[in-house]
Design a protein around this ligand. Structure first.
Ligand code: GLY
Length: 377
């Protein structure tokens, strides 16, 4: 990915980011007004409400998370009330043992709430969610199991293991720290490849804990490179380093980021999978939004200034592209999402070339960082 930054100056970038955030607020306001208390995953023909299945329920923090960003940025009591409301709606999920996604749910909501108020009751929810995540640990294979099966570990879990590090740091619980560290080391060994690419899933022998093979659900092939998984890895390993100080995770995050940048066209938006020959859809915008936010974080963590500058420039380039009307749905009357050209699950035909809730959230988060916000530390 060469630099083709559409933002000519910092002022132009900031103006475009502000305009995109204004548009995001309008779309989210409409969604929450038209469909109160509804947690969509993806649009169908640009509409949030439809009858398609969800596959798994992992997105219920992203709406509240965006609203927390709006509330903090604007100080508007409307957004603050909505942020608290949409957070409370998912509070019970801190005990949910059926999904591997409690970081997605609670880092975006209760963590942001706690960051604003310092109220320990909000942090207690995040810590409890971290403890619940820790119960997914398979001691023989030394990984957190995915929602699909006990023998399965997903690269996506790297975005959720941070909540266990957080719980360990807050409570001093050495077992939680061990669980989180071992999961990262297992993922690093078996799901991250020598060239910095990642597998979506690793499968393990439940009797012995031995690693068996790499696999995929949403990528093109078991041995291919699913772009969203790559974005989860570069962001998640960066967070693991930020919360643990373990330099091995920074090294892995950087290798994953370098693969993303080396394989992506200058505009910064990857296809769903880099290995798929002549993909019918050239873009998976949610991977790009996640990568932009993760690259801002990595730029702040990387010790070498040229590397940090490369990541910062790449994040700004991605956002420059996502702010054009090809991606930002500003010129699409009736389209209810913010970002076009996201894809959820191509094989299942779910949310393909649509707006997807995590793409919206990480886009808003990355714009907020471009405008100076610190990571949700
Ligand atoms: N299952 C999470 C994702 O689609 O990235």
């Amino acid at each position: 990915m060469a630099n083709s930054n559409l933002f000519q100056t910092d002022a132009a970038a900031e103006q475009a980011a502000e305009r995109a955030l204004d548009f995001a607020q309008r779309q989210v306001r409409n969604l929450t007004t038209d469909h109160p208390d509804y947690f969509p995953l993806f649009t169908e023909g640009g509409k949030w409400r439809h009858a398609k299945e969800s596959w798994t329920n992992w997105c219920e923090g992203f709406l509240g998370g965006m609203i927390w960003v709006f509330a903090r940025r604007t100080g508007d009591p409307f957004w603050r009330e909505r942020a608290e409301h949409y957070s409370r709606l998912i509070e019970h999920r801190q005990h949910d043992r059926n999904v591997h996604d409690l970081g997605f749910l609670f880092w975006s909501t209760y963590k942001r709430w706690h960051d604003l108020t310092g109220d320990p009751t909000h942090d207690a929810v995040v810590i409890e969610a971290g403890r619940t995540m820790g119960l997914r640990f398979n001691p023989k294979g030394r990984y957190l199991r995915s929602f699909v099966a006990p023998e399965s570990c997903f690269i996506d879990i790297m975005m959720n293991v941070g909540i266990i590090f957080h719980a360990a740091n807050r409570t001093g619980d050495a077992n939680l720290l061990r669980v989180a560290t071992e999961h990262c080391l297992t993922t690093r060994r078996h799901l991250v490849r020598g060239d910095g690419s990642t597998a979506h899933e690793g499968l393990f022998d439940l009797e012995t804990g031995a690693f068996l093979r790499q696999s995929t659900h949403q990528g093109w092939r078991d041995d291919s490179s699913w772009a969203r998984g790559q974005a989860w890895a570069l962001y998640g390993f960066g967070t693991a380093y930020r919360l643990s100080g373990d330099a091995r995770f920074l090294d892995t995050a950087q290798r994953c980021a370098d693969f993303y940048l080396d394989r992506t066209p200058p505009h910064g938006i990857p296809p769903n999978d880099w290995e798929e020959p002549n993909p019918t859809r050239p873009y998976e915008s949610s991977a790009a939004a996640i990568a932009a936010s993760g690259l801002f974080q990595l730029a702040s963590l990387s010790q070498e200034s040229t590397r940090a500058a490369r990541y910062e420039t790449a994040a700004r380039t991605i956002l420059g592209t996502l702010c054009t009307p090809e991606f930002l749905a500003v010129e699409m009357p009736g389209w209810e999402g913010i970002l076009r050209h996201g894809s959820y699950h191509e094989r299942k035909g779910l949310g393909v070339d649509e707006s997807v809730m995590w793409g919206e959230y990480f886009f808003v988060e990355a714009l907020d960082k471009l405008l100076g916000a610190a990571p949700a530390a």
